[in-house]
Design a protein around this ligand. Structure first.
Ligand code: P6P
Length: 332
């Protein structure tokens, strides 16, 4: 007999009752689920319609903007405007914060940070990409005051929820509200995300490491020594240029993902607010660890600006702790 199908909506509503939630966060999570299904539809047929290729500009990260980046960004913003619960958004695709139009009789409580299409350079070569999102509450503000950048500069420990969508061999939405990590797989036959991986726990160790080996000579000595050890131990190098995909693999097979600082990116390349902190919340909730190369916990960091970059070492706890020992031992 078919196992009972639990859809994302049913699961969120059930958890809302358990957590005595108001239903307002539920509306935001459901809107993210809807946007993800729309993005998934376009990602899956990107080769058939004129949505491949570059749009000709570059985003706040300096990355060349792909047409699907713009599409995903617009869909996420549009869907997040529906509930009236979200006051504003920070997106990798927009230099400035996006203030959403007020919905009658609603007083928005939430802020969303997102990378609408992470790893978009993979699109044209049919390799997996993802969406990363994090949800904050607006801290005390007068009703009339409009939100500003400062409202987004919160620690990872202030995140109410975070997660990602992976557009891969199947499309999965993985999220946490601070009570464990749960994975949902999109069933195209019914157009619903269905619970497929409840209460995900990352293996304490693994034999995969994920780093752009091409920058090896530009890493600090402690990183090179650790990478050498991974190679000596015959660990398997997996790196596909999409943080969502590389981190998702670690949640199930264990491992470590490193994007250290380099000469080109002395602070690190990845974005603290809308890439690293949401992913760190998911990995920590699954039992993993996430630090920067100064040994600071990513979740404790309060950004100084909305597009701040950071180095990151994230993954199985035993492997991150070993990396910390290398940093202490070899870092100048
Ligand atoms: P590099 C994608 O652009 C991204 O932000 C992450 O998803 C990915 O892990 C990283 O950058 C890839 O960067 O410099 O190795 O191409």
């Amino acid at each position: 007999m078919d196992q009972k199908i639990v859809t994302l909506d049913e699961f969120i509503l059930h958890r809302e009752k358990l957590e005595d939630a108001t239903g307002r966060l539920t509306a935001v999570l459901r809107d993210i689920g809807i946007a993800s299904k729309i993005v998934n539809r376009e990602v899956n047929k990107a080769g058939l319609v004129n949505i491949l290729g570059t749009e000709g500009s570059s985003n706040s990260s300096g990355d060349t903007v792909q047409k699907l980046d713009i599409f995903a960004n617009e869909r996420m913003i549009h869907c997040l405007s529906n509930s009236g619960e979200v006051a504003g958004i920070v997106s990798e695709e927009d230099e400035k914060i996006i203030i959403l139009p007020k919905v009658k009789s609603k007083k928005p409580e939430y802020l969303v940070v997102m990378d609408p299409l992470d790893g978009s350079s993979n699109i044209d070569v049919n390799v997996s990409v993802g969406t990363i999102f994090g949800i904050y509450k607006i801290k005390s503000k007068a009703k009339s005051e409009e939100i500003t950048d400062k409202d987004f500069l919160q620690k990872g420990t202030d995140l109410i929820a975070s997660g990602y969508v992976l557009y891969g061999t199947s499309t999965m939405l993985v999220y946490t509200t601070g009570n464990g990590v749960h994975g949902f797989t999109l069933d195209p036959s019914i157009g619903e995300f269905c619970l497929s991986h409840p209460d995900i726990k990352i293996p304490t160790s693994g034999n995969y490491y994920s780093v752009n080996q091409g920058y090896y000579l530009k890493f600090d000595v402690e990183m090179r020594r650790y990478i050498d050890q991974c190679s000596d131990l015959n660990y398997r190098l997996r790196y596909i240029g999409s943080m969502v995909s590389d981190v998702h693999r670690m949640l199930f097979h264990g491992g470590i993902f490193l994007y250290p600082n380099t000469r080109k990116y002395p602070q690190g390349k990845l974005r603290l607010l809308y890439e690293c902190k949401p992913m760190a919340m998911v990995v920590e909730q699954a039992g993993g660890k996430a630090i920067n190369c100064k040994l600071e916990r990513i979740m404790d960091k309060e950004p100084i600006d909305i597009h701040e970059r950071t180095s990151i070492v994230i993954g199985s706890p035993d492997m991150v702790e070993e990396m910390m020992e290398f940093i202490k031992k070899y870092s100048s």
